[in-house]
Design a protein around this ligand. Structure first.
Ligand code: GLV
Length: 327
């Protein structure tokens, strides 16, 4: 009998066609959590799941899916998934690293530039009709922070952090880096997290959200940042304390921030970040170009096809499930 694979919402491109040759593929419309579409019995007969980062694949959902054989997420981050529960059951989890590296680093650098040079604030200023003869070009008008020649601290030196460092080199920035693994990268001065925060004019976060990185950039660490620094987060909400960031902007300790990811998404309308004109906000669009999204889908489907054919996934977050002791 053909396996049954659920896809939580329609995906760009025609990559699913190759999977549909091998199994029954059912595409949902992505507007509700999985357990609201399908009864316990229907979830129970599903062997494969292709999901997005907006799908919470938690313990109770996994319990309702006793026949699940693989999960493939169209994302590089997997903090929306209970990975230990999958690993314990020997279920491989696929993700999509590599293909979104440059696109996400482009977004981070765009946020850095926009925050430093007050791009979004300037746009709102004109639209609000405030650009008048009595309120225009003057020596102090809309002054921002210099990017060229400044110091950038990159927190997390995986592929995206390294791509950010390469972009900074093109702006003659001095690049400091810290990563939990202690990895060293050519062109990046390896320093402690404390030193990075102390010395950087710009700090950009490029870590996965895990139990150890949650709230890493908290009030205490923000208080040690260079006065007037700019913070960029295009990695995951939950790594930076939003309340502490808002307070540091309030007091003028930080000059600005560029934030693409939030503790809660969509960002609640009472978020203190919305009160600050110098926070450039984007709605978790780091990897959002057509080409990159198609490549992510291609990788997620290739991971699924490998799993359906009982082969190891190309990109597996928990490869220990393939070790003999797990079977
Ligand atoms: C985006 O945030 C991803 O994890 O792919």
């Amino acid at each position: 009998m053909l396996k049954r694979v659920l896809v939580t919402q329609p995906l760009p491109g025609d990559h699913l066609a190759a999977l549909a040759d091998l199994c029954n593929v059912e595409v949902l419309d992505g507007t509700r959590p999985l357990c609201e579409y399908l009864s316990q019995a229907e979830l129970g007969t599903c062997q494969g799941l292709i999901c997005l980062l907006t799908d919470a694949i938690d313990h109770s959902l996994l319990e309702a899916m006793p026949n699940l054989e693989f999960v493939s997420s169209v994302s590089v981050g997997v903090d929306h998934i209970d990975v230990p529960a999958l690993t314990e059951r020997g279920i491989p989890l696929g993700n999509t690293p590599g293909v979104l590296v440059d696109t996400t680093a482009d977004t981070a650098f765009a946020l850095l530039l926009a925050a430093a040079r007050r791009v979004a604030e300037g746009d709102r200023f004109i639209r609000a009709g405030n650009w008048r003869l009595d309120n225009r070009w003057a020596p102090e008008f809309f002054v921002g922070r210099d990017v060229s020649g400044a110091t950038l601290g990159v927190i997390g030196l995986g592929a995206i952090g390294q791509a950010m460092a390469r972009r900074a080199a093109g702006f003659d920035m001095q690049v400091l880096g810290w990563t939990p693994s202690g990895r060293e990268v050519p062109g990046v001065e390896a320093v402690s997290l404390e030193e990075l925060l102390l010395r950087s004019d710009f700090v950009s976060v490029h870590l996965a959200l895990t139990a150890t990185t949650r709230n890493l950039i908290d009030a205490g660490r923000i208080a040690t940042m260079k006065p007037g620094a700019v913070l960029v987060n295009s990695a995951r909400g939950g790594i930076v304390s939003e309340l502490a960031l808002a307070e540091a902007l309030d007091t003028g300790r930080l000059f600005a921030a560029g934030i693409d990811v939030f503790e809660r998404e969509p960002l609640p309308l009472d978020s203190p970040l919305l009160q600050h004109p110098r926070v450039v906000l984007t709605p978790h669009l780091g990897s959002a170009t057509r080409l990159t999204r198609e490549k992510m889908v291609e990788v997620a489907v290739a991971n699924s096809i490998a799993a359906v054919q009982s082969q190891p996934m190309l990109h597996c977050v928990n490869p220990q499930v393939y070790e003999p002791s797990q079977n």
